[in-house]
Ligand binder design. Structure first.
Ligand code: SF4
Length: 280
């Protein structure tokens, strides 16, 4: 394939994305999202570019979910917060987006939010995934069984959809995860999330996931996003997504997808992979 042919193939993919958004049945349309995220992240004059990238990510997920549908038979209901007792990890764009919305409550002395975060931190800091599950500690944003920050909630929370309340209760009680989930939501989440990680990697930015409660606490100062963008390691003490020993074959396959999106979105050679190759 000549350089011109590859450019034409890429342009066709990007045009499809611009016309119809991300299409989970054709995962390379996520190249359009990667490029849009990179454009936001490279705008150095924007001191809120990480949270703006987070907002773009959520919009694309919500648009995709609206278009390609959440299954009608989900067991999830308002006021049921079993799934909010697990460890949720979030990337920097998601943290700073949440921080923008949480800050007014954090600064309100009459709101008990700060003390909820402190209690969660005291119980969960330094624990492995399994140890964290076993404490059954609620997310500090959980309020009366519902998400207290529904609009900017992280991608993981957006995409979670259980088909069985019994399985959720069983997970909560036993920490054995047999929760049947919407395959479409999980596919959308995985591909869009890989797109985000690819954009962050492309820009040389940290794409690591951090424990939600601890990371949000670190992001609460007004100037946190600006300091992070200036290179300050404000999440240095926050538990990370996975310890090396916790990384599985599935995680390595995900990393491969990130590399494919990182190069492919810009028409570059992609590493050998089972997902996408430029036509020959
Ligand atoms: S952010 Fe909201 S949806 Fe996600 S775990 Fe916390 S309370 Fe639940």
């Amino acid at each position: 394939m000549s350089r011109e042919q590859r450019r034409a193939a890429l342009n066709a993919i990007i045009s499809d994305y611009e016309r119809g958004g991300f299409d989970p049945s054709r995962i390379v349309t996520v190249f359009g999202l990667v490029r849009d995220l990179v454009a936001v992240l490279e705008n150095k004059s924007n001191l809120r570019r990480m949270s703006d990238a987070g907002a773009l990510l959520m919009k694309v997920y919500d648009d995709t979910a609206r278009k390609h549908g959440r299954p009608a038979e989900l067991a999830c209901k308002k006021g049921c917060g079993y799934c909010c007792h697990t460890r949720v990890t979030v990337t920097a764009p998601e943290i700073f987006l949440l921080a923008r919305a949480v800050r007014p409550r954090w600064e309100d002395e009459n709101d008990g939010l700060q003390s909820s975060f402190q209690k969660q931190e005291a119980v969960t800091r330094g624990l492995s995934i399994e140890e964290r599950y076993a404490t059954r500690t609620a997310c500090p944003l959980l309020t009366d069984g519902s998400c207290g920050m529904y609009e900017p909630r992280p991608l993981t929370c957006r995409a979670y959809g259980s088909r069985s309340l019994d399985a959720c209760i069983s997970l909560y009680n036993t920490t054995v995860n047999n929760v049947p989930q919407s395959e479409m939501s999980q596919l959308m989440r995985a591909v869009i999330f890989a797109g985000l990680k690819a954009a962050l990697k492309r820009c040389g930015l940290d794409g690591q996931g951090y424990e939600l409660g601890h990371a949000l606490t670190a992001a609460m100062p007004q100037d946190a996003e600006e300091r992070w963008l200036a290179g300050e390691a404000i999440f240095a003490d926050v538990s990370q997504e996975f310890r090396a020993a916790e990384r599985s074959e599935g995680h390595r396959a995900f990393d491969q997808l990130v590399d494919v999106f990182c190069a492919g979105a810009f028409g570059e050679d992609v590493p050998p992979n089972p997902y996408f190759m430029w036509p020959r």
